[in-house]
Design a binder for this molecule. Structure first.
Ligand SMILES: [Zn+2]
Ligand SMILES: [Zn+2]
Length: 137
């Protein structure tokens, strides 16, 4: 290591903050943060997204639209880590006990949340299919 190879502590700068509320009213903050590292007389800037408090699955979303809250355990997750019920649109974490399979005329067997499954088993499905379901993936 040469004498001019002195590295400085990285500088952290928050560029943009976006707050949003989950269904239950929890506040989640998305912080776009820039880190400047001065290394070997070279300034490198890196941008990353910080979630405060972090999502339960520790994933980093691209935006607030990627965040979901499990309606059972009230924890925030990345949308890829939750199951979204095609009937009520509520999200639950992917634990099998929060889901159930029902049979719908013309649709066959579909997976819905436990609450919708209970309702469906008590009588015919009255809820409207969500647009999301019709569009698919
Ligand atoms: Zn949950
Ligand atoms: Zn449901």
């Amino acid at each position: 290591m040469s004498a001019n190879n002195q590295n400085q502590a990285p500088q952290k700068r928050v560029i943009k903050v976006k707050k949003f509320q989950t269904r239950s009213g929890q506040l989640v903050e998305l912080r776009w943060t820039e880190i400047s590292v001065f290394k070997n007389n070279q300034l490198t800037k890196e941008e990353y997204l910080e979630v405060v408090p972090p999502l339960t699955d520790n994933r980093i979303p691209d935006s607030a639209a990627d965040c979901r809250e499990c309606c059972v355990c009230i924890q925030a997750y990345h949308k890829d880590s939750v199951f979204e019920c095609p009937l009520c649109g509520k999200s639950t974490c992917k634990s099998p006990k929060y889901r159930d399979v029902i049979t719908v005329e013309g649709k066959g067997e579909i997976v819905v949340c436990a609450a919708c499954a209970d309702e469906a088993k008590a009588g015919p499905v009255k809820k409207l299919w969500r647009e999301l379901w019709k569009l698919g993936d």
